[in-house]
Ligand binder design. Structure first.
Ligand SMILES: [Zn+2]
Length: 183
């Protein structure tokens, strides 16, 4: 997996495609949380659930169905009325995309098993043909004593930079749209 902050940053990049400055910050924070959530499944290792199991790491919690269900539940529970700048459907789509971005990024990493995108219907694990992102060791100690710097470098290049470019692009659009007309 990429590191958790990197998943959150990816969600913010996704958010830049969806809305402008009128969207409350809590919406972006929720999207970032959704993007980190799937890795709670590492608890499966402690519970003795095998990696390749449907409920194992990168299994059901990393699937498109999980992302859709989480987005639907969160929108129905907390955002029945639209938030400024995002109607309910667009908000649900953002939360889906933020959550699904997690599995997509994992499928670009160079280690572990692939991602069960189509669970619970199909537990086949997928990787993309090109996997430029260095996989992060599970656990802080292994990260700090292992290939941590290498992982960070590849995440900065392949996730943070594109996400920041998207956010900067959105910021520029907002400024242009918000500046008073000179004609
Ligand atoms: Zn993951």
């Amino acid at each position: 997996m990429p590191t958790l902050p990197t998943h959150a940053v990816a969600a913010l990049g996704v958010g830049a495609l969806f809305g402008g400055r009128e969207v409350p910050g809590k919406v972006w924070a929720l999207g970032a949380a959704c993007a980190m959530l799937p890795d709670l499944d590492v608890v499966a290792f402690r519970l003795g659930i095998p990696y390749g199991h449907l409920l194992g790491h990168r299994g059901l919690s990393h699937s498109l169905a999980f992302a859709a269900a989480l987005a639907a539940v969160l929108t129905a529970l907390f955002f029945r009325r639209s938030v400024p700048g995002l109607g309910p459907w667009k908000l649900a789509l953002f939360l889906f995309a933020a959550t699904a971005s997690h599995g997509l990024l994992d499928a670009f990493t160079d280690g572990g098993l692939g991602v069960a995108f189509f669970a619970p219907f199909d537990n086949h694990r997928f990787f993309f043909p090109d996997r430029p992102i260095e996989v992060s060791p599970i656990g802080l100690r292994r990260f700090l004593t292992g290939r941590g710097l290498e992982v960070l470098r590849s995440e900065l290049q392949w996730v943070w930079l594109p996400a920041l470019l998207l956010v900067a692009g959105r910021w520029g659009l907002n400024r242009t749209a918000g500046s008073p007309s000179r004609t």
